[in-house]
Design a protein around this ligand. Sequence first.
Ligand code: SF4
Length: 310
Amino acid sequence: MEYRYVFGPVPSRRLGQSLGISPIPPKTCNYSCVYCQLGRTKTFTNTRQMFFPPEDIFAEVKDALNKYTDVDFITFVGEGEPTLYLGIGEVIRMIKDYSPLPLSVITNGALLYDKDVRRDLKPVSVLMPTFDAPDEDTWRRINRPHRDLKFEKVIDGLFAMRQEMEGEMWLEVMLVKGINDEEDTLYRMKEVIDRLKPQRVYINVPIRPPAEKWVEMPDKETLERATQILGAIPLGSMEEGTFYVAGDNPVEGILRIIKRHPMREEQIRKVAECKGWDVEKLLEDLASRDDVEIVPAHGTYFYRYKVWRI
Ligand code: SF4
């Protein structure tokens, strides 16, 4: 079966081997974060839609679960904001009825003010919402939200979800130098975190090429201080494992991953060596494609699917 919505399993720094589900069209989001690894938002919307039939997504998940035995988590993530998919609740229910594996959703959390979204997400084991800003001005600068979104409502939604959900909430804070890494901002974020009481807080930094070239990581001391203030776990210190690439077609295999998740050159090399593929030929083939771009960042090269940059 050729997969359209399911990818991986990919190694996740928090979830082990994670089978990904991308339930929305490329780069469809209600934020256009300055640090987004997928580039600027292409379809900017705050309206939930039934982009694809839930049964089609579930059929792929079922097939993949029968094929891969090393999956630790099933994760909704992908090419934008997964809660914009109107069928997410139905797919979650179908998977829960079929598999005992834990389910997680990586979300920007912007739609949690909508009680239907909260109902859809209620049964997941782990919800990973973004929390980058303690005030409206910082939020607008870093997340660049859709005009229909209101900061107060987004924060209220986060609190309502925390009250209603059955599983755990792991908050993710992305720190960008000069935007949300000052002590005063961090202490105000900490106040919100203390009231919200998520089970975990992770700090992330833009390690993959960001949407805006000027985005920089905070320096090491600032990151350590932020980790202390927020009582967080730094994601940057956690290593990504090895990617699982299905099938015997090298280019198709890598494309399936980089459509959702840019890969570093050394990760592609590792996969190719494990599969016994010709590494140099694979890199050449990828470089010659119009839909793949190679972006230098952090002393290496990232291979990324080009549609994200349109
Ligand atoms: S980082 Fe996530 S929330 Fe932000 S623009 Fe990218 S896909 Fe949307």
